[in-house]
Write a protein that binds this ligand. Structure first.
Ligand SMILES: Cc1ncc(C[n+]2csc(CCOP(=O)(O)OP(=O)(O)O)c2C)c(N)n1
Length: 573
C-alpha cells in the first residue's frame, strides 16, 4: 500500500477516531485514503491553529490523544501556537504535517518550512519521515510518546513522496524508542522520607497541579485528603481536581489566587507538590516564596524537580501512583494535630472571600455573568476559557466541582484557545453541555471555528464577555502605567456586531446589556442544541481581577483590591 494508506491504517490501529485538520498540496495524498476511512472522522477547520486547540480540547475531555493535521509550510506553522500551548500544559496531541518531497527538502521549495526544527523546543518529540515503510512505526511511537510519561505534543512530518510511494505495511509489535523509559513507580525510600516530613509538619499543604488532572488521579487525591486532613490548593490547570465545595480546598494560589491559598503556601512548613511545577505565576518572587516550607516534590518529569525550588524530598513517578503509595505508607503514621492550621485557613477564607462589587449603574458585572452561567449550566457542564480577565473570573466563579471539566490555556496563556478547545471538547463529549467563556479580544482570534461547529453539528455555547477592551492588559495599564490606555481599546461597542457575526456563521446570536436579561439569555442558550450559540454580554469596562500579586513581587504583597492588603500580622501563627 502507499505511505498515505499506511498512515490512515496506522491512525485506525492506534484508535484515533477524530482528526482536526485542513489539507494542502503536501498532505493531499493522505487526504485521499482518509476520505474512505470509516473509523476516522475528519473535521475540516478554518485555521490550523483551531485544529491544534481542538485536538487539545478533545484530549482533555477524553483522556485520549488528540490529533491534528496540516499541510507543509504555512499550514504547519499555523499549528505552532497550539503545539506550544499543548507543550506548556502537557496535553497529549499528535500533529501530522505534510512535507515537500524529500529531494526538495532544504531547497526553499514552495511551501517548505523546517517544521521539525521550528517545533523542536516545543514538542516532546518529533519525526521527519521520508520513507513509506517508516510511517507505521512513527505513528505508533508518536501516540505512545504523547500519552505516556509526562504527556505532550509529538509532531510527525511526512514528505509527500513518502506518502505516495509503496511499501509493505508492518505494524510494530514492539516500539523501538531508545532511551525512553518514563519512571512511573516512585522509589520506596523517597516515600518513606516523605512520610517522615508529613508526620513532622504542623502546617502542610497539598499543592496540586495539572499533573493530577493529566493522570486523572482524582480518587487518589480525595483519599489522601480524607486520610490526612491536609489543606489543598489547586493551580489554574488543576481547578476541579478536588471539588470547590470540599472544606479543605482553599482554591487557586498565585498572581490572581485566593488569599487563603496564597496564605497557605506562604505560611506553610511543608509543601507537598503533586504534579505542579512551581510556575512563576504561582510562586511570585521565588526568594520570598513559602519561606518556611520544606518541599516534597512529586512529578513524572525528573527535569521539573528542583528546577525552580529545591526539593527536600524528590519523588519521580506517576502522581496517582505516588499518592497511592503515600496512602499506604501513611496508614500507621502519626500526624500532628492539623486542626489549628485548618481553622486558621478557614478563618482566612471567611475574612477574605473572593468576591466582587457589582457595578453601580445598571451595567453588567462580568463576574456575576460568569457566576450565573456556572449556576445555570451546573457542574456537569464542561467549561473552556480564553485568556485574560474573563479567564481568571471563570477560574474563581464557575462551579469547579467535577475533575477534568475545566479547559484552559495555563502555561502559554494563548488568546484564541477558547472556541476551538470548546469545539474539541464537544466532539469528545457530544452529550455534555460545553460552554466557552471568552473575551471580546480572544474571540476575535479564532471565532471562525464556529463556522466549523455549525457545519459539523457541534453545538457549543460561547459567552463573549465584552468589556470593549483587552481587559487584562488594560488592568495593568490602570495599575502600572497611570491609566495610559495605549492600544487596548477594541472599540467593540462599534464593530464587530457579535450576534450578527454569529448569525453569519450559522450560529444563534444573542446579547444581554442589562442585568435583568442575563438569566434569560443563558436559559435561551441552554435550550438550543441544534446549533452553536454565541451570547454577547456587554459588561462593565473597569471591572478588575482581584486578588492580585504584581508580577515579580512577593506573594506577601497580595492585594485584595486596589491599595488593600490582608493584615498578615494577624495571620501569623
Ligand atoms: C496570542 C496572545 N496575544 C497577546 C496576549 C497578551 N494578552 C493577555 S490577556 C490579553 C487581553 C485579552 O483580552 P480579552 O480577550 O478581551 O479578555 P479580557 O481580559 O478583556 O477578559 C492580552 C492581549 C496573549 N495572552 N495571547
Amino acid at each position: 500500500m502507499t505511505g498515505a494508506q499506511a498512515l490512515v491504517q496506522a491512525l485506525e490501529l492506534v484508535g484515533a477516531d477524530t482528526v482536526f485538520g485542513l489539507p494542502g498540496g503536501t498532505i493531499l495524498p493522505t487526504y485521499d485514503p482518509l476520505y474512505d476511512s470509516e473509523a476516522v472522522r475528519h473535521i475540516l477547520v478554518r485555521h490550523e491553529q483551531g485544529a491544534g486547540h481542538a485536538a487539545q480540547g478533545y484530549a482533555m475531555v477524553t483522556g485520549k490523544v488528540g490529533v491534528c493535521m496540516a499541510t507543509s509550510g504555512p499550514g504547519a506553522t499555523n499549528l505552532v501556537t497550539a503545539i506550544a500551548d499543548a507543550y506548556m500544559d502537557s496535553v497529549p496531541i499528535v500533529a501530522i504535517t505534510g512535507q515537500v518531497n524529500s529531494a526538495a527538502i532544504g531547497t526553499d521549495a514552495f511551501q517548505e518550512a523546517d517544521i521539525r526544527g521550528i517545533t523542536m523546543p516545543i514538542t516532546k518529540h518529533n519525526f521527519l519521515v521520508t520513507k513509506p515503510e517508516d510511517i507505521p512505526h512513527a505513528i505508533a511511537a508518536a501516540f505512545h510518546l504523547a500519552a505516556t510519561g509526562r504527556p505532550g505534543p509529538v509532531l510527525v512530518d511526512i514528505s509527500k513522496d513518502a506518502q505516495q510511494a509503496e511499501a509493505e505495511f508492518v505494524w510494530p509489535e514492539q516500539l523501538d524508542l531508545p532511551g525512553y523509559r518514563p519512571v512511573t513507580q516512585p522509589h520506596a525510600k523517597q516515600i518513606r522520607e516523605a512520610v517522615k516530613l508529613i508526620e513532622a509538619a504542623h502546617r502542610p499543604v497539598l499543592y496540586v497541579g495539572g499533573g493530577v488532572t493529566k493522570s486523572r488521579a482524582y480518587d487518589e487525591l480525595a483519599e489522601l485528603v480524607e486520610l490526612t486532613g491536609i489543606p489543598v490548593v489547586t493551580t489554574l490547570t488543576a481547578r476541579g481536581a478536588i471539588p470547590d465545595s470540599h472544606p479543605l480546598n482553599f482554591g487557586m494560589p498565585g498572581m490572581h489566587g485566593t488569599v487563603p491559598a496564597v496564605g497557605a503556601l506562604q505560611r506553610s512548613d511543608l509543601l507537598i507538590s503533586l504534579g505542579a511545577r512551581f510556575d512563576d505565576r504561582v510562586t511570585g518572587n521565588l526568594d520570598s516564596f513559602a519561606p518556611d516550607a520544606k518541599v516534597i516534590h512529586a512529578d513524572i518529569d525528573p527535569a521539573e524537580i528542583s528546577k525552580n525550588r529545591y526539593a527536600d524530598v524528590p519523588i519521580v513517578g506517576d502522581v496517582g501512583e505516588v499518592m497511592r503509595q503515600l496512602h499506604t505508607a501513611l496508614a500507621g503514621a502519626e500526624l500532628q494535630d492539623l486542626k489549628p492550621w485548618q481553622e486558621r485557613l478557614q478563618s482566612m477564607a471567611e475574612r477574605y472571600p473572593t468576591g466582587w462589587e457589582p457595578p453601580v449603574d445598571d451595567v453588567l458585572s462580568p463576574q456575576q455573568v460568569i457566576s450565573r452561567i456556572g449556576e445555570i449550566a451546573g457542574p456537569d457542564a464542561y467549561f473552556a476559557a480564553g485568556v485574560g480577565q474573563h479567564q481568571m473570573w471563570a477560574a474563581h466563579f464557575l462551579p469547579h466541582e467535577r475533575p477534568g471539566h475545566w479547559l484552559n490555556s495555563g502555561g502559554a496563556g494563548t488568546m484564541g484557545y477558547c472556541v476551538p478547545a470548546a469545539m474539541g471538547a464537544k466532539v469528545g463529549q457530544p452529550d455534555a453541555v460545553v460552554w466557552g467563556i471568552d473575551g471580546d479580544g480572544c474571540f476575535q482570534m479564532t471565532n471562525q471555528e464556529l463556522t466549523t461547529c455549525a457545519l459539523e453539528g457541534i453545538p457549543i455555547k460561547i459567552a463573549v464577555i465584552n468589556n470593549q477592551s483587552l481587559g487584562m492588559v488594560r488592568q495593568w495599564q490602570t495599575l502600572f502605567y497611570d491609566g495610559r490606555y495605549s492600544n487596548t481599546d477594541l472599540k467593540t461597542n462599534m464593530v464587530p456586531n457579535f450576534p450578527k457575526l454569529a448569525e453569519a456563521m450559522g450560529c444563534v446570536g444573542l446579547r444581554a446589556t442589562h442585568p435583568d436579561e442575563v438569566d434569560e439569555v443563558i436559559n435561551q442558550a441552554m435550550a438550543i442544541n441544534d446549533r452553536p450559540v454565541v451570547v454577547e454580554f456587554v459588561v462593565h469596562k473597569d471591572a478588575m481581577v482581584w486578588p492580585m500579586v504584581a508580577a515579580g513581587t512577593s506573594n506577601d504583597a497580595i492585594k485584595i483590591a486596589r491599595d488593600m492588603a490582608p493584615d498578615w500580622e494577624d495571620e501569623i501563627l
